[in-house]
Design a protein around this ligand. Structure first.
Ligand SMILES: [Zn+2]
Length: 112
């Protein structure tokens, strides 16, 4: 996206990944913040500790939900337990690790 480098850039908070991503600022401090995030993200993945907000494949979520449904839990109940606003499971755009961990906790608590 082409944006004029103007006063708009002077008003941004530099040195943040958000500014790098959302405002497309490529100054050295925003680039460094993005590089640090990416480095942390990759080492977390390698160590089996992905950031809670990172997205995960829907397949793993489908399997976890299928196991709970097989155990007799309704999708509406699962959705409520996950903190969804509505009593249905809607994750077409993908879910985060936070949701996966919540599902795993539900499985542990509900199926022991
Ligand atoms: Zn910047």
């Amino acid at each position: 996206m082409d944006r004029p480098r103007s006063l708009e850039l002077d008003l941004l908070i530099h040195g943040t990944r958000r500014t790098y991503q959302d405002d497309h600022c490529r100054c050295s401090s925003c680039t460094a913040a993005n590089t640090a995030y990416t480095s942390d993200y990759r080492s977390g993945i390698r160590a089996g500790r992905p950031p809670l907000g990172a997205h995960v494949a829907n397949l793993d979520v489908d399997r976890a939900i299928a196991r709970l449904v097989t155990e007799g839990f309704s999708k509406a109940r699962i959705a409520r337990a996950l903190g969804y606003h509505y009593p249905w499971l809607q994750y077409g755009a993908g879910v985060t690790w936070r949701t996966v961990y919540r599902l795993q906790r539900l499985e542990r608590e509900w199926t022991r």
